[in-house]
Design a protein around this ligand. Structure first.
Ligand code: SF4
Length: 870
C-alpha cells in the first residue's frame, strides 16, 4: 500500500495563519489536521479550519474561461483583457483602469498585480479588500512608527498579565489565538478586558467587559493616557529617548470629566480598567475591526498606541499594541504594496528615492508617481465613468463593500469588467465581461503572512481542475499580452525570490521589511520553506521597538494627537438605531467557501438582526419574527434575535449573506460609504437605520434533498444540509392552497403525508420516495417552531414507517433526543447536550452563568447558588 502523502500548508481563512496538514485519501477526500509544528497554532484548528476538507468539491467551480456566457480559450480571454486594458489606457490614460484585489491572494499573486499596475501601467489604482479590514491599522502604524510595523508577536498574548481586546470578538474571529490566550490564563491568571459595545462570546470570557458607546474608543484611550500621565505611570526614560509629541497628544485629549457621558460607561468600570492598565506592566492591547472599520479608525489606533508609548510597553515580551488582521494574507498584501497608497516592499510611494529604486529594480517603463484610488473612491470613480476598465481578483465587492447598490451600479455601468475567481456563483461575477477561472486553496502554491509577520507556504495538494490557472500566471499572461517584459516567471518561487530581493535592496536597516535572510529562492528551497517570521534579528522572537529605533526621520515614535470625534453620520430621528455589522463564528466573508459545508451551517443558518429586549418591546418585535432594517433608501429583511448582549438602540447584522443564500439580506446595502480621512477605511460598524416589523401572512421551514425554488417567495434564506438543503421562507399573502405552494417550491413527485389545521393555519407535509424523505415542509401563521437540525438530519437515511408521523411533529421522540442548536460544529454538539451537563449558578439579579464563568465583579457582589440545569 502506498504511504499517504502529507502536505504542510496554511489555513486560507483568518489572519492567525494556522498551519495545516492536509492528507489526500484514496477515496478522494482530504483529511485536515492542525500542524503541531506550526508556531501560530501548534496543532490547534478552529471549526472553520477543521472543516476545510469539506469545502473542496468542484460543484460550484467555473473551470474554463468565459467571455460573457460563452466558453472561451485562455488565449482569447487573456487577449481580450489585455486589449481592453491597453485600449483604455491609450484613449484615457493610465488612471482610467484599476485592479481591485484581495487578502485571499497569495503574496506572489499580489506582487505581480502590483508590479503590473504601478510599474508598467504606471498608475496606482490597485486597491484591495484589505482596505475594509486593516487600513486604519496601517495608517496608525505609519503615523506613529514611520512604518507599517506590527511590533509584537503572538507569544505576547501568553506572556502578558493583562490582555485588552478592543473591537475584537477574538473568540469567533481569531479562534485559535483566543484558545492560546485562554490556555495562558489558566496557567498564570492573565486578566482579560474586552472593550466592545456588544457582549460577544469574547466578552463573556472577560474579567471586565466595557460595553462602551459605539465609536467612543478614542475618548476612552485619551482618558487612559491622561490617567497614566497624571498618576506617574509614564516611562520617562523611554519617552525622552524614543518619542516626540507627548505634550500635544495630552492637550488633544480634552476633558476627562465628560468620559462617562461620552463613552456611556460606568465610572467604576472606567476606573477599574485604568487602574488595571496602570498596574500591569505586561499588557497587550489587541484591536481589530471594531477599531479599524470606523470614520475615526486611524485615531483609535493611535490613541491605543499613545498609551503604550507613554508607558514604554512596546516590543518587549508580553507588551505592546497588536493589530489583528482579518484575512489570511492581508499582511502579505501590505508587504508587496497591494494598497493604493503603498509601494512594494514597505516603501513609500511619496518618496522619490523609493520610486526610483523600485523602477530600477523592475526595469519598468514607468512608476506610479502618486497614490491611487482607495476602495470606496475607486468604485465611485467606476460608477462616475473615471475608471473604464476594472479587473476584480478573488473578491466579491458587490456584497462586501459599503453602499453595495452603488457597487452594482458601478459594475453594470463599467465598459469592461474582468473577474478572476474560483467560482462564477458570486454576486460580483455576474457583471463580468470576461471570467478567468483561478485555482482554489489546495490547488495553488505560494506564501501568506499572518498577523505576527510569519510567512508560511500554502502548498498545493490537489491537481489543477479543468482549465483553472494560478492567479500569478493569469496576471503575467495579461501583462505579456499588453506588451510588457518582466513577467516571465516559471513558478511562484521565482516571484517570491524577486520580492525578497527587493525588500533588501537599498535597505541597510532603513526599512522594517528585509527578507534577505530568505536567500536566493530555488524551486526546491521554496518547496521546503518552513514558516519563518521576519523582524529585527535580535532573538528568536522578532519584536520591534523595544529599544526604540523607529522608522521616522529622527528615529523617534510620534505621539499622535487624537481629539475625539463622534461617528461621521448623525443619527436622524427617522433612523434611530445604530447598525453594527460583522462576522459570525462559522462563516467566512461572503460564504463562497464556508457555505459548501453543512456542518458550518448548523451553527447559524440564517441572517439575523440582533437587538435588545427593550427595543423589541418598543417595536413590537417577537423573537424569530422578521424585521425590515432600512437606511431610508434601501431595506433588508432578517430574522429577529432578541438578546441582552446588544445595547439598547443598536442592532447587529452579520456581513456574510449574499443573494446566493437569501432574498434580501446583503447588509452592506445599508452602509454608507463614509471613510476614515487618513486610511480610507469605510465605517462598517456605525450606520443609522430604522427597524420595522413586517406583517407576513405565513412562515415556512423546509428540509429537502433537491434545491428549493425560491423565486417568487417574499422572504427566503437557503442553507446546505448534510444531504440536501434547509429553507426558511415567508409570504406576505396567504396562498390559495399550501400544497400548491409546496409543489412550486419542490417540483417532485412522491408519496405525500400531510397534516392541516386550517383554524390555526398549520400545514405540514412530508414527501417520500420509498423509505427516503425527499422533503418536509412546515407552514404556520407564526414563525415555525420545529427542531431544525433534527429534521435536517432525517434526510440522511431511511425513515421507518413508524417514524413518519414524528416527521410531521417536527421533532424526535424521547428515544431520539433533539441535540438543539449546534454549538460545537467540529463535533456536532448541540446546546441541549451541553446544557444537560453543565451546572448553572444563578445570581440574585436573575442572570445565569456557567459555574466557571463568574467574573470577580460578579463574585464579589453576589451570593451564588447552584441551579438545576435548564
Ligand atoms: Fe484558520 Fe483562523 Fe481558524 Fe486558524 S483560527 S484555523 S487561521 S480560521
Amino acid at each position: 500500500m502506498m504511504p499517504q502523502m502529507l502536505h504542510k500548508t496554511a489555513c486560507p481563512y483568518c489572519g492567525v495563519g494556522c498551519g495545516i496538514i492536509a492528507t489526500p485519501k484514496p477515496d478522494g477526500s482530504v483529511e485536515i489536521t492542525g500542524d503541531p509544528d506550526h508556531p501560530a497554532n501548534f496543532g490547534r484548528l478552529c471549526s472553520k479550519g477543521a472543516a476545510l476538507g469539506e469545502t473542496l468539491s468542484l460543484g460550484d467551480r467555473q473551470l474554463h474561461p468565459l467571455i460573457g456566457e460563452r466558453r472561451a480559450g485562455w488565449n482569447e480571454a487573456l487577449g481580450l483583457v489585455a486589449r481592453k486594458f491597453s485600449e483604455t489606457i491609450s484613449a484615457f490614460g493610465p488612471d482610467s483602469v484599476a485592479f481591485y484585489v484581495s487578502g485571499q491572494l497569495l503574496t506572489e499573486d499580489y506582487y505581480v498585480a502590483n508590479k503590473l499596475m504601478k510599474g508598467y501601467i504606471g498608475a496606482a489604482n490597485i486597491d484591495t479588500n484589505s482596505r475594509l479590514c486593516m487600513a486604519s491599522a496601517v495608517a496608525g502604524h505609519i503615523r506613529a512608527f514611520g512604518s507599517d510595523t506590527v511590533p509584537g508577536v503572538y507569544e505576547d498574548f501568553e506572556l502578558a498579565d493583562l490582555v485588552i481586546l478592543v473591537g475584537s470578538n477574538l473568540a469567533w474571529c481569531h479562534p485559535v489565538l483566543f484558545q492560546r490566550l485562554i490556555a495562558a490564563r489558566e496557567r498564570h491568571g492573565t486578566q482579560i478586558v474586552v472593550i466592545d459595545p456588544r457582549r460577544t462570546a469574547t466578552a463573556e470570557a472577560a474579567d471586565l467587559h466595557l460595553a462602551l458607546k459605539p465609536g467612543s474608543d478614542v475618548a476612552l484611550f485619551n482618558g487612559l493616557l491622561q490617567y497614566l500621565f497624571i498618576n506617574g505611570k509614564a516611562d520617562t526614560n523611554f519617552v525622552i529617548r524614543h518619542t516626540s509629541g507627548l505634550t500635544d497628544a495630552l492637550t488633544a485629549c480634552g476633558n476627562l470629566d465628560n468620559l462617562v457621558e461620552t463613552t456611556g460607561l460606568p465610572l467604576d468600570g472606567i476606573e477599574d480598567f485604568f487602574a488595571l492598565f496602570a498596574d500591569k506592566e505586561k499588557s497587550v492591547t489587541a484591536f481589530s475591526q471594531g477599531v479599524n472599520q470606523s470614520s475615526s479608525g486611524t485615531d483609535k489606533v493611535n490613541a491605543i498606541i499613545n498609551c503604550h508609548l507613554l508607558t514604554g510597553r512596546i516590543g518587549k515580551p508580553g507588551m505592546g499594541p497588536f493589530s489583528l488582521t482579518g484575512q489570511p494574507n492581508a499582511m502579505g498584501g501590505r508587504e508587496v504594496g497591494g494598497l493604493a497608497n503603498a509601494l512594494a516592499a514597505h516603501m513609500d510611494i511619496a518618496e522619490p528615492r523609493h520610486r526610483a529604486l523600485v523602477q530600477d529594480f523592475w526595469s519598468s517603463p514607468a512608476i506610479a508617481a502618486k497614490p491611487g484610488r482607495k476602495a470606496v473612491d475607486l468604485f465611485q470613480a467606476v460608477r462616475d465613468g473615471g475608471i473604464k476598465a476594472l479587473w476584480i481578483m478573488a473578491t466579491n465587492p458587490a456584497v462586501s463593500m459599503p453602499d453595495a447598490d452603488l457597487i452594482r451600479d458601478a459594475l453594470r455601468a463599467c465598459p469592461f469588467v474582468a473577474v478572476s475567481d474560483v467560482t462564477k456563483e458570486t454576486d460580483t461575477a455576474r457583471y463580468a465581461h470576461v471570467f478567468l477561472p483561478a485555482l482554489a486553496w489546495g490547488e495553488k502554491d505560494g506564501t501568506v503572512t499572518n498577523s505576527e509577520r510569519r510567512i508560511s507556504r500554502q502548498r498545493s495538494f490537489l491537481s489543477p481542475p479543468g482549465e483553472a490557472r494560478p492567479d500569478w500566471w493569469i496576471i503575467c499572461e495579461v501583462a505579456k499580452r499588453m506588451g510588457f517584459g518582466g513577467f516571465d516567471y516559471a513558478s511562484p518561487a521565482g516571484i517570491f525570490g524577486e520580492h525578497a530581493e527587493l525588500t533588501s535592496l537599498g535597505n541597510q536597516g532603513t526599512r522594517d521589511l528585509d527578507l534577505a535572510s530568505a536567500g536566493p529562492m530555488t524551486d526546491a528551497r521554496y518547496e521546503a520553506l518552513a514558516p519563518f517570521q521576519w523582524g529585527r534579528d535580535d532573538g528568536p522572537e522578532k519584536r520591534f521597538f523595544g529599544d526604540g529605533g523607529f522608522y521616522t526621520a529622527d528615529g523617534r515614535a510620534r505621539f499622535v494627537p487624537t481629539a475625539f470625534r463622534a461617528p461621521a453620520s448623525a443619527t436622524a430621528e427617522q433612523r434611530p438605531y445604530v447598525l453594527n455589522t460583522g462576522r459570525i463564528r462559522d462563516q467566512w466573508h461572503t460564504m463562497t467557501r464556508t457555505a459548501k459545508t453543512a456542518r458550518l451551517m448548523q451553527h447559524i443558518a440564517e441572517p439575523f438582526a440582533e437587538l435588545h429586549p427593550d427595543d423589541a418591546i418598543v417595536l413590537g418585535l417577537r423573537s424569530a419574527s422578521l424585521v425590515m432594517v432600512s437606511n431610508g433608501t434601501v431595506e433588508i429583511v432578517a430574522r429577529v434575535l432578541i438578546s441582552p448582549r446588544q445595547q439598547r438602540g443598536t442592532i447587529f447584522v452579520p456581513m456574510h449573506w449574499t443573494r446566493q443564500f437569501s432574498a434580501n439580506a446583503v447588509v452592506n446595502r445599508l452602509v454608507a460609504g463614509n471613510t476614515d480621512p487618513h486610511s480610507g477605511q469605510p465605517e462598517l460598524k456605525w450606520s443609522p437605520v430604522a427597524l420595522k416589523p413586517v406583517a407576513f401572512a405565513w412562515y415556512g421551514f423546509a428540509v429537502s434533498r433537491i434545491k428549493p425554488r425560491c423565486a417568487g417567495l417574499d422572504y427566503w434564506s437557503l442553507a446546505p444540509a448534510e444531504s440536501g438543503y434547509r429553507l426558511e421562507c415567508a409570504g406576505l399573502d396567504e396562498p390559495s392552497a399550501f400544497d400548491e405552494l409546496l409543489g412550486a417550491i419542490f417540483p417532485v413527485r412522491g408519496e405525500m403525508l400531510a397534516y392541516h389545521d386550517r383554524g390555526s393555519g398549520e400545514h405540514r407535509f412530508a414527501l417520500f420516495d420509498g423509505d427516503r424523505l425527499e422533503a418536509a415542509m412546515f407552514f404556520s401563521r407564526q414563525p415555525v417552531g420545529v427542531s431544525r437540525n433534527w429534521l435536517a438530519a432525517q434526510l440522511a437515511g431511511a425513515t421507518e414507517a413508524e417514524n413518519r408521523l414524528r416527521l410531521l411533529a417536527g421533532r424526535g421522540g424521547h428515544d431520539r433526543p433533539d441535540h438543539g442548536a449546534i454549538i460545537c460544529s467540529c463535533f456536532s454538539v448541540g446546546i441541549n447536550q451541553i446544557a444537560a451537563l453543565i451546572p448553572y449558578r444563578v445570581c440574585p439579579s436573575g442572570r445565569r452563568h456557567a459555574a466557571s464563568k463568574h467574573s470577580r465583579y460578579c463574585r464579589s457582589s453576589s451570593t451564588l447558588r447552584v441551579a438545576a440545569p435548564s
